[in-house]
Write a protein that binds this ligand. Sequence first.
Ligand SMILES: [Zn+2]
Length: 245
Amino acid sequence: MLQAIKGTLLWTVAALAAAALSFGALIVWPDPLFAFSLGTGKIIVASDRPIPSAGGERFLRDCERLLERSPLKAKGRQYRVYVANADWRQRLFFLPSPKAWGVAYSLFGGPAFLSGANFDTGRVVHWGYVGTPPRTLAWLCAHELTHIIVGQHVGLARFRLPRWVWEGFPDYVGIENRQSFEELRDALGDRPVDIPMMIGYGSYPRYRLLVTFFIEKKGWSVDQLLQTRLTEDEATEIMRGDAKR
Ligand SMILES: [Zn+2]
């Protein structure tokens, strides 16, 4: 009996290990599942559907321009972005966060996956929902690649980054028309984050406000930002205290 349980356990562990390995291999080399690709520069985009050349090139240009504007320079030679339009591909590659619009496997040094895309309009298409500016396809690309660039910069320390930095900085980089700190603060007011706020100001408006504050008002360098261990509450308190002075 004990022997049988031991045997089953061993097989289960082996099967799980094999599944994890196959998934890892698929993440590192998803190319066989994405027949179409575009780009020769810093960013390569691949998709399971044909990529219209004008829209595709505009997307690459826009995403690259947003990254060039970032205070954290992309040191990697090349970054790969995969667009998973088909439902089953989305389910597969978005396994760690099924509801997300994008996922960055920053631990592996990339790649990033985006849920469906309309390159002609520059919009994200997520399970039938069409994203609107400022959360455009280029924003999503810059957001996800910033996760990867941050991961390359700080290594495993990325797991110790406060969430407001981890998500706020990529939104700060990806938003095309960045508001000043005062503009964003006045627009958000004291309201809690809800769907209309996310539609209007990016997926992480409060985190972006904090990042904008520390970079633009406190003059923090990107390294100072990536080294901070301030919690969201502590950071918010500093921001509010500053406004009172
Ligand atoms: Zn993110």
